[in-house]
Design a protein around this ligand. Structure first.
Ligand code: SF4
Length: 130
């Protein structure tokens, strides 16, 4: 049963013991819900996390999972207010094959050899076709 002002929904869960503070999960979160605090990733406010889980694939340690729990509803207006009021700590990512940065080509998250990383659209065809 939901308590006043909350709903039961998907949320990102961060295991602080597994988090190394690498920051890779900050950029994939379009809502800016994840911030680094004292060297660990945190969901700063429940209403900023839509529970979509785009951050999960990039975590090298498996610290990120999705859980279903009571939380404030996702709030698009709060996301806009949050983005306007607090500039994000932006950590640009690069392609694991060629080193191209995300300003020069779109990057996609991939899993390879047991790790999560990024590949650019220039390298993606050779990754698919060998
Ligand atoms: S990607 Fe994983 S290990 Fe890196 S900061 Fe985020 S939760 Fe921590």
């Amino acid at each position: 049963m939901s308590t006043a002002g909350t709903v039961r929904r998907q949320m990102v869960r961060i295991d602080e013991d597994l988090c190394t503070g690498c920051g890779a999960c900050v950029s994939p979160c379009a809502e800016g819900a994840i911030r680094m605090v004292d060297g660990k990733a945190h969901v700063v406010r429940d209403e900023l996390c839509d529970g979509a889980g785009f951050c999960l694939g990039v975590c090298p340690t498996g610290a990120l999972t999705i859980e279903v729990r009571e939380a404030a509803p996702f709030d698009e207006a709060a996301v806009e207010e949050h983005a306007a009021g607090a500039p994000r700590t932006y950590i640009p990512q690069v392609c694991f094959r060629c080193g191209t940065g995300e300003d020069d080509a779109p990057l996609l998250p991939v899993r390879t050899a047991g790790t999560s990383t990024w590949v650019c659209t220039r390298c993606l065809p050779s990754l698919i076709h060998g």
